[in-house]
Ligand binder design. Structure first.
Ligand SMILES: *[C@@H]1O[C@H](CO)[C@@H](O)[C@H](O)[C@H]1NC(C)=O
Ligand SMILES: *[C@@H]1O[C@H](CO)[C@@H](O)[C@H](O)[C@H]1NC(C)=O
Length: 395
């Protein structure tokens, strides 16, 4: 099959299934925020009402649904804490809109934490209104802006059928979570918005992300310290920086990142396709292992396949070091499309800890620019190649 039929199939999957309705939750006790005084006038700050409704629902036995009906509800930061007495549904059928002011001292907008059995869904929108704060970020790279949806220590939960737009910071973040299903999520922010990553996963395991589209100014999905057993499938990325493991290894006490399957995904106009990135200076020992990148399509991607172990901050640490992060057992299977740079495959590994057991299997990446056909570059990279190899393998 050529490139176009497969892209079409992917699109049909993503857009065909998006209209599938979520199961009804007839038996849940409904807490409609309007009945507690919330105002859908795109003006009133509803955060105190949302918190009151959350706490009331959380305290009740059985299954509860917090309902945000159609309408535009303004809200400042809200932190919804468990543990709760039964299953919690957060059904957003309207638009939750963040304050338009830049919120330069705030780190998170809507947070759910310490909850077992949470569903966030409803076809509604979380509008971060980031446009007003991005200019501050562009002039101060250490500034931290609030993330749109954060999940801290949440287990056995689902996040599905939602739209997240224009986050000030990261759109969705999982920290300390276990067994989460994320699907039919649309995330969008302009390609030049700073650090508006799609989904971050840290210190979390068994996270499943599928049937979603993510286009932002930074990583589509990023796995950070302590991410384990993450399954990403049928995700469309672009614009942005692609799917990334890392940056890893620049602080002491980070945990290994292991077990990632990225399958049946498409990248369009992204800076990277699939990237593993570790710090060279400063660098602390760590392992990044057992990743499979399979059945991927690259459309106009600058660096379709890249390992970069030479990331460093030369203004603070002028001497380039060598990364202490061990990368091993990484498979690239059935990856095709076109590269916007001549080096379609770049394995820049660490002299101190060379990459082990990389595998390239059926790779077909074209380059149509100046300088001749696509190339693969290997530096301190060990592994094997099978099947079609365009560019010719460097392993
Ligand atoms: C989530 O699961 C972990 C590991 O099983 C457990 O330690 C933690 O208490 C659980 N958290 C909640 C909120 O249920
Ligand atoms: C990953 O997700 C896909 C699609 O949901 C599923 O078919 C596959 O079995 C999952 N793989 C693992 C290892 O969980």
């Amino acid at each position: 099959m050529g490139l176009i039929p497969i892209s079409l199939v992917l699109f049909l999957h993503i857009f065909g299934l998006i209209v599938s309705t979520s199961p009804l939750h007839a038996q849940a006790k409904v807490f409609n925020v309007v009945n507690y005084g919330a105002k859908a006038n795109d003006k009133t700050d509803n955060s105190a009402v949302f918190l009151k409704v959350w706490n009331a629902a959380c305290e009740e036995e059985g299954k509860k649904e917090i309902l945000i009906p159609a309408g535009v509800f303004r809200t400042g930061p809200v932190k919804m804490n468990g543990p709760c007495k039964g299953q919690m549904l957060f059904n957003n059928r309207g638009v939750l809109r963040a304050p338009s002011d830049p919120q330069l001292q705030v780190r998170e907008w809507i947070t759910f934490q310490y909850i077992d059995g949470l569903t966030v869904h409803g076809l509604g929108t979380f509008d971060g209104q980031g446009a007003y704060s991005w200019s501050y970020k562009k002039t101060s790279k250490y500034l931290v802006l609030p993330d749109t949806l954060r999940f801290h220590f949440v287990n056995n939960s689902m996040v599905h059928h939602l739209r997240l737009i224009d986050s000030k910071g990261i759109h969705m973040m999982f920290y300390g979570c276990y067994n989460i299903y994320v699907d039919h999520i649309h995330i969008s922010a302009p390609g030049d918005s700073p650090n508006t990553d799609g989904i971050h996963i840290a210190l979390s395991s068994n996270i499943h992300i599928s049937y979603s589209t993510i286009g932002t100014g930074d990583d589509c999905i990023a796995l950070l310290s302590g991410a384990r057993n993450v399954n990403v499938s049928h995700v469309n990325c672009g614009p942005g920086h692609g799917i990334s493991v890392g940056s890893l290894g620049n602080t002491q006490g980070e945990e290994d990142v292991t077990g990632l399957l990225v399958q049946s995904c498409m990248f369009t106009g992204t800076l990277n396709g699939v990237r593993i990135k570790t710090w060279a200076n400063p660098s602390f020992p760590l392992t990044a292992s057992s990743f499979t990148f399979q059945d991927l399509i690259m459309n106009n991607v600058y660096n379709p396949i890249i390992i970069d172990q030479e990331y460093s901050d030369l203004s603070t640490y002028p001497e380039q070091g060598s990364s202490q992060v061990q990368i091993r057992d990484v498979k690239y299977i059935n990856i095709r499309g076109n590269s916007m740079s001549q080096v379609a495959i770049n394995f820049l590994c660490s002299e101190f800890k060379p990459c082990q057991n990389l595998e390239l299997n059926n790779i077909n990446l074209d380059y149509h620019g100046r300088g001749g056909p696509a190339k693969a570059d290997c530096t301190f990279a060990n592994g094997v190649a099978y099947g079609t190899q365009n560019p010719p393998s460097c392993l």
